[in-house]
Structures are given as C-alpha cells and as structure tokens.
Design a protein around this ligand. Sequence first.
Ligand code: ADP
Ligand code: MG
Length: 241
Amino acid sequence: HQLEQTLRQLNRLASLGTLSAGMAHEIKNALVAVKTFVDLLLEKNREAELADVVRREMRRIDSIVGQMLKYAGPALPVFSSVRVHDVLDHSLRLVQSRIEGRLISLKRAFNASPDIINGDDYQLEQAFVNLLLNAIEAVGPNGSLTVATDLISAGTPKPKAASTGGAHVKIAIADTGIGITTENMNRLFEPFFTTKQQGTGLGLTIVRRIVEEHHGDISVQSQANKGTTFSILLPVHAHAL
Ligand code: ADP
Ligand code: MG
C-alpha cells in the first residue's frame, strides 16, 4: 500500500513538474506577443494611467511565470555513482502491486557488468517506473514483461545521441502487449500524446528528458499486437571499468 502511494506521488510530481514547466513556457511565449501588441496600442492611444496599469500587470505575470519556470520545473539532476541493477530492482518493487493478481510473467535478465553509471537514482527510477507502467498497461491481464541489461562495449556502433565512444549499459524493457502503430511511433515522446482514456501523455516526455540529461539514448521497437521494447543506453561510469 505504501509503495502504491509512493508510486502515485512520484508520477504526479514528475507530471506536475513537466506540466507547469510546459505551461510556463507557453505563457511566456504568448506574453511576448501580447507585450509587442499592447506597446503598439499604447503608443497610438496615449493614456498614461491605462498604460501604467497594463504594463505593471504584464510585468507581474511575467515575473510569476518566471518563478514558476525556475522552481516548479523539473529539478536538476544530482549525479552520483549509481548501480543500475539496484535502481531497476527498486523500480520493479514499486510497480509490483500492478502485476500481482494478473497472469503477467516477469523475466529479469541483469547481465551488465559493471552496471555502474554516473546518474541521479531518483530520476532514473522515475524513468524506469514510467516505462514499466506503460508495459504493464500494454499487456493487459496476461502476457510477459522482460527487464534485461547488457554491457555494450566501447567501439560498438551506437545511435548518434550515445556516441560518446565509451562503454554503455543497455537497459531493455520489453512487453508482449498491444504494440504501437506506425503512425503513433513518431508521436510517442510528444507532451500530452496519449492513446489512453486516463492517460496524461507525459510519461515518455519525462523519460526522454531524463535519458538526455544522463547523456544517454532511448529507442523503441514495436509491432502491433506483438509487443514493444524500449531500449536505453547510458554511459558506464568512467571509473567503473
Ligand atoms: P500515457 O501512458 O499517459 O498515455 P506516455 O507518455 O507514457 O503517456 O505514453 C504515450 C503513449 O505511448 C501511450 O498512450 C501509448 O499509446 C504509447 N505507449 C507507450 N508505451 C507503450 C507500450 N509499452 N506499449 C504500447 N504502447 C505504448
Ligand atoms: Mg505512461
């Protein structure tokens, strides 16, 4: 029960952060346009008192939104030496209650050695939990879920975002669920893109941001009605090899 609560709180906090940062960003953009327009109007219609009120109120909105962007936005990651397998195990514990009572088989194949990266364990947990929840939601009442890690040694060809040359830990979260249609494939990471009635469409947006902050790469492979695999590459900690 406690874990379920933590899980919900974790998701809500992450969503709120992304949501308010996104909103603040949009409001700021709109405000720039409004300010240009109002300045023009005030030039034509010189009513000093009116101009004062409008300008003061606009400055106020601008400062509130600025504060929102600064404080309500997603927290900056705090990096330390992190064991990916520990974070994965903890993430699995958090979603355990969503698996129980259903015929979902869970396979755990932790092969990466070393599994140490430089990262923010709390944010990584958020990312893994989001991917696990999506997988659990995709498989329905039965199916299988696989969480696997491998070491991808230096020099192996990798996607551009992860081409720092060094070794990487690869984390794959695979499900045998409903899969993703080709037309939805390109939209997965867009904020608010969701195909679920109760979805927020923010999960994968958050996941991608976190992976990018960790200088990693995320990719998806999917087949409709067969299943989906999300793969993340994270650079191995420089002192771990
Ligand atoms: P939400 O889960 O709130 O819909 P997400 O950003 O987590 O938002 O996911 C966006 C969309 O991507 C989902 O609505 C779903 O259509 C698709 N998706 C994500 N993960 C999977 C998966 N494992 N299997 C099938 N579809 C998925
Ligand atoms: Mg989701």
